[in-house]
Design a protein around this ligand. Structure first.
Ligand code: UD1
Ligand code: MG
Length: 464
C-alpha cells in the first residue's frame, strides 16, 4: 500500500535550542540517534522511497541515511522550503508524500501507516495532531465551523485566542501527489520568522477546497525534541515503552530503575533486579537473572546464566549457558563457555574461558602492555587461584590449576599445577608482636632478597 509513497524526513534545521555541537537529530534516545528512530519507523511502515533533507553533506548524514536519498537544504528557510529541497525525489511514480521531522523520535510505523491510509482513502492532505495542556512552542491546529482543518498557526504568529487552542500539529503530514503536492510551491514566507512554513499548506488548501483531515496521536508519541529538557522527556517515554515491552516475558523487580537500549533483546523468564543499565547490543536469553546494579553493553547472555550484582559486561562479551558472573567483575571482549564461574572482583578481558573453569577472586587478565592487547586462553575445567595475574598472551590448559597469588607469564600445560609466587619463609620467634623481640629498625627489616624469599642479610640490627 505504501510502496508508492515517498517519505521526506526533515533534519536540516539548526537545532540551536539544543546548544550542542552534535546535530540535533543525532542526539540519542535509547542509545540510537533520533533520526535513525524515524528512518526505522518509515522503513517498518513499508514506504517505498525515503528522502532525507540535511543542512549540508556531512559524515553523520551519510552514516545515518541507510537507503534514503540525501538532499541538501543549504539555508534553513523553513519546513516547506526543506521539503522542496527534496524535489528531485518527487518523480512520476509516487502517489503521496509523507513529511516527518527528524526530531520526532517516538513515532511508530503503525501511525505513519494510518496517516498515509487517509490519503490513500481519498483525502488530499492528512495531518497528525495531538492534544496537550502544555502546547507552548507547537503550531496550533485551527478548525472551521464544520470541524474541518482550516489552518495551522505557529505559536509566534498566533493571536491570544489561537494560543488557547490545545490541538497541536505533530509535524507529520501526508500529501496526495498532484494538485495538493504542487501547492507547496505557492507557500510564501509571510510570517514573523520570514520562513516558508509547511503548515501554511493547510490554509492554502482549505481556501482551494481540498479535503484536509486530521487524526489524533498520543502526545508522547509525537513530541518534538527541540531542547535537552524535551530530549530527557523523550528518553523517559522511550524507557516507559521499553519496560512495558520487557515486562511481557520478564520479571522486573523495580521497572522504573532499569534502563534499556533501542535494541535490547530480553528472552522469557528473565529476572532483572533493580538498577540495571543496558547499553546497545545486548541479548539476554531465557532464564537469565541479572542481579542489581549491573551495567551491560555489547553482550550476549545465554540461558540460565546469572550476572551480578554489580557486574560490568562490556562489548564483545559472550556469556555461555549457566555461567556465573559475580560482584565487581568486569568482562570485555571475552567468551565464557558453559558453566564457567567468575564470582568475585575480577577483570576478564580479551579471553576465552573454557566450560566449567573457575576463576578465583581478584584474578586479572593483564591484556594490555600499554601499546597492544593480547589474548588469554583458559581451558575447560581449569582452576585459577585467587589474586592471580595472567599476563597475556598466555594459555592455561584444560584442567590446569594455578596456585593462588600467581603471576603467570608462561603457558601452563593441561593438567599441570603452576605456582608462581614468592615462597613463604617462617622465622620462629621473630614476630615483632612477641613481647621480647626488639623493635625493627628503619630501612630494611621488611625488605626481601632477590629471590623474594627474604634472607638473613636483609635483616639488620637484630640477633637471631
Ligand atoms: C514544527 C512545526 C509546528 C509543529 C512542531 C512539532 C512548522 C513551521 N512548524 O515546529 O507546527 O507543532 O514542529 O514538533 O512546520 N527543518 C529543516 N529545515 C528548516 C527548518 C526545519 O529541515 O529550514 C527541520 C528540522 O531539522 C526539524 C523539523 O524540520 O527536524 C522541524 O523544525 P523545528 O525547527 O524543530 O520546528 P518546530 O519549531 O518544532
Ligand atoms: Mg521541532
Amino acid at each position: 500500500m505504501n510502496s508508492r509513497s515517498l517519505a521526506v524526513v526533515l533534519a536540516a534545521g539548526q537545532g540551536t535550542r539544543m546548544r550542542s555541537r552534535l546535530p540535533k537529530v543525532m542526539h540519542p534516545v535509547g542509545g540510537l540517534p533520533m533520526i535513525s528512530h524515524v528512518l526505522n519507523a518509515v522503513e517498518r511502515a513499508g514506504i517505498g522511497r525515503t528522502a532525507l533533507v540535511v543542512g549540508r553533506e556531512a559524515p553523520w548524514a551519510e552514516g545515518a541515511r541507510g537507503n534514503a536519498s540525501l538532499h541538501v537544504q543549504s539555508e534553513p528557510r523553513g519546513t516547506a522550503h526543506a521539503v522542496l529541497a527534496a524535489k528531485a525525489a518527487f518523480d512520476e511514480g509516487i502517489d503521496s508524500v509523507i513529511v516527518l521531522f527528524g526530531d520526532n523520535p517516538l513515532i511508530e510505523a503503525e501511525t505513519i501507516d494510518s496517516v498515509l491510509a487517509r490519503v490513500h482513502g481519498g483525502a488530499d492532505i492528512a495531518i497528525l495532531a495531538f492534544e496537550t495542556d502544555a502546547p507552548t512552542g507547537y503550531g496550533r491546529v485551527l478548525l472551521d465551523d464544520n470541524g474541518h482543518v482550516a489552518a495551522i498557526r505557529e505559536e509566534r504568529d498566533a493571536s491570544e485566542a489561537e494560543r488557547a487552542v490545545r490541538l497541536c500539529n505533530s509535524g507529520i503530514m501526508a500529501i496526495r501527489a498532484g494538485e495538493p503536492l504542487a501547492a507547496l510551491d505557492t507557500i510564501e514566507a509571510n510570517n514573523s520568522k520570514a520562513e516558508f512554513y509547511l503548515t501554511d499548506l493547510v490554509e492554502i488548501g482549505h481556501a482551494r477546497g481540498f479535503n484536509i483531515v486530521w487524526q489524533r496521536a498520543p502526545h508522547a508519541e509525537v513530541m518534538g525534541v527541540n531542547d535537552r529538557a524535551q530530549l530527557a522527556e523523550a528518553e523517559a517515554e522511550f524507557q516507559r515503552r521499553a519496560r512495558a515491552k520487557a515486562l511481557q516475558g520478564a520479571t522486573l523487580l523495580a521497572p522504573e530503575t532499569v534502563f534499556f537500549s533501542h535494541d535490547t533483546v530480553i528472552g522469557e523468564d528473565v529476572t532483572i533486579e533493580p538498577n540495571v543499565v543496558f547499553g546497545p547490543g545486548v541479548v539476554v536469553d531465557d532464564g537469565v537473572t541479572i542481579r542489581a546494579f549491573s551495567h551491560i553493553e555489547g553482550a550476549v547472555i545465554s540461558p540460565g546464566a546469572v550476572v551480578g550484582p554489580y557486574a560490568r559486561l562490556r562489548p564483545g562479551t559472550s556469556i555461555g549457558p549457566k555461567v556465573r558472573i559475580g560482584n565487581f567483575v568486569e568482562v570485555k571482549n571475552s567468551a565464557l563457555a558453559t558453566g564457567a564461574k567468575v564470582n568475585h572482583l575480577s577483570y576478564v578481558g580479551d579471553a576465552n574461558v573454557g566450560a566449567g573453569a573457575n576463576i578465583g577472586a581478584g584474578t586479572i587478565t593483564c591484556n594490555y602492555d600499554g601499546k597492544k592487547k593480547f589474548r588469554t586462553d583458559i581451558g575447560e575445567g581449569a582452576f585459577i587461584g585467587s589474586n592471580s595475574a595472567l599476563v597475556a598472551p598466555v594459555a592455561i590448559g584444560d584442567r590446569a590449576y594455578v596456585g593462588t597469588g600467581s603471576v603467570i607469564t608462561e603457558d601452563v600445560p593441561a593438567d599441570a599445577l603452576a605456582i608462581a609466587r614468592g615462597r613463604q619463609v617462617n622465622k620462629p620467634d621473630r614476630s615483632p608482636a612477641k613481647p621480647d623481640v626488639p623493635h625493627a629498625e628503619e630501612g630494611g627489616d621488611h625488605a626481601e632478597g632477590e629471590d623474594g624469599a627474604g634472607s638473613e642479610a636483609d635483616v639488620r640490627g637484630t640477633s637471631p
